[in-house]
Design a binder for this molecule. Structure first.
Ligand SMILES: [Zn+2]
Length: 426
């Protein structure tokens, strides 16, 4: 993923003190050696949009459409998110981060949306830090009037987090919607913003903010489905980034994929997985979805439906899954490619498997893989997964805690179960 280095058929990656210092064929160094013969060594995936606190709600909204998800998660005092305790947040974030790591994702942008009290926020950060993942924590207001602690000044509590520091692998940002006060606060604190721009109307709101100087390269827009051409011009002009969640967006029926307009306007684009309550964090699936949706759009257009799209290559989507995601996470100076000077976030994929060998085309081989090929994972030079297993993690204890969390959340919310709009589809 580093254009100056290219793709080495055989090579070594030397990491010192968590930093990549060389990527060359046949390096010799006094170092611990991880033998990666028959493997593909590449930068870890960067998940540029995720709500990890939802891990205990896995697949709850598998068949939901956008309105079901919105109503059952956030609308009304019985909604599921409003039933979260700090402990639920902790296990969701910890379990979600482990799941990302095991799947080869070394960096995640986490939009908590569950900061009901300072304890909720601290629990989220504790879970993230314990996992060892690299994270951009997008501190986000909860929806509406549901902060149980009336003294809790949200989003001003970000100042406390900035003051206390978030740990060596965790960066701070603001989220999660298009809001001029939030955008002003981000300028005040010089933090990036990750803002959901779900549809054309939110895009039009954005256009009002440009004259105030609130838009710039520190912004990442999430989803960006069906935006006006003028909004895309604005996104390109102001140097912003875009994160698309191909599978979650299409599962919820949100609209037309933003890949082509992002490419047309030369906007850096990365992938996100949104929430496991909807669909998987598996980045191999994300890449395949982006690839096939984009190419499927060509035939659709040729047959008289939909806008014109151009084919993407397997290398294009692999770049979006790594360097593009790092750009969208505002971390491309640290991660996203195996470049000397960047941090040692590296994954080792087993290519001597029935779904991968023989390797005639490396990006194509990766796109045929799945998470079972993710053998070794390093974050900041530290091995967090080795020989196919997370290091030092009691998985049964994590799964038990998540099950207890799910039971409590469903009991306290009354388990909203009527999929209002999906019913119409039979
Ligand atoms: Zn989201």
């Amino acid at each position: 993923m580093d254009p100056d280095i290219g793709e080495l058929e055989t090579g070594d990656v030397l990491i010192e003190d968590g930093r990549i210092v060389a990527v060359e064929p046949n390096l010799h160094a006094d170092a611990e050696v991880l033998d990666c013969s028959g493997r593909i060594v590449m930068p870890g995936f960067v998940n540029s949009h995720h709500h990890m606190f939802q891990t205990a709600l896995r697949s709850y909204w598998s068949d939901a459409l956008e309105i079901d998800y919105f109503l059952q998660s956030r609308a009304g005092d019985q909604a599921l998110f409003h039933k979260y305790t700090p402990e639920d947040v902790y296990w969701g974030e910890f379990g979600g981060a482990l799941e990302n790591l095991a799947a080869g994702t070394t960096t995640v942008v986490d939009t908590s949306q569950c900061s009901y009290t300072p304890e909720h926020t601290d629990a989220a950060l504790d879970g993230i830090r314990r996992s060892g993942i690299r994270c951009m924590f997008s501190f986000s207001p909860v929806f509406g009037e549901f902060e149980p602690d009336p003294s809790y000044a949200h989003p001003e509590d970000i100042r406390r987090l900035v003051e206390h520091g978030s740990g060596p692998l965790v960066g701070l940002a603001l989220g999660y919607h298009v809001d001029d006060d939030l955008f002003r606060l981000s300028r005040d604190l010089e933090l990036p913003v990750f803002a959901h721009v779900n549809d054309v109307h939110m895009g039009r709101f954005l256009e009002d903010f440009e004259p105030e100087g609130l838009l710039g390269p520190w912004l990442t827009y999430i989803h960006c489905l069906g935006l006006d051409e003028s909004t895309w011009d604005l996104i390109g002009r102001t140097g912003a980034k875009v994160s698309v969640s191909c599978i979650a967006e299409q599962t919820l029926g949100m609209g037309r994929l933003a890949l082509q307009p992002a490419l047309d306007h030369e906007v850096p684009v990365g992938f996100g997985t949104d929430a496991v309550s909807i669909h998987t964090v598996d980045f191999f699936s994300q890449m395949r979805a982006a690839y096939t949706l984009q190419r499927g759009g060509m035939a659709n257009h040729a047959q008289g439906g939909g806008a014109e799209v151009r084919p993407v290559s397997t290398r294009d989507v692999l770049r979006m899954a790594t360097l593009g995601g790092a750009q969208a996470a505002h971390l491309d100076h640290l991660v996203g490619s195996l470049t000397p000077g960047k941090r040692g976030d590296v994954i080792v994929l087993n290519a001597q498997a029935l779904n991968a060998g023989p390797v005639n085309h490396a990006p194509g081989a990766v796109l045929q893989m799945d998470t079972s090929n993710v053998e070794t994972v390093l974050v900041d030079g530290r091995v967090v997964k080795r020989d196919g297993r997370l290091v030092g993690v009691d998985l049964d204890a994590v799964l038990d805690a998540l099950s207890r969390s799910a039971d409590g959340l469903l009991r306290r919310s009354g388990a909203p179960s009527i999929l209002l709009t999906s019913c119409r589809l039979g």
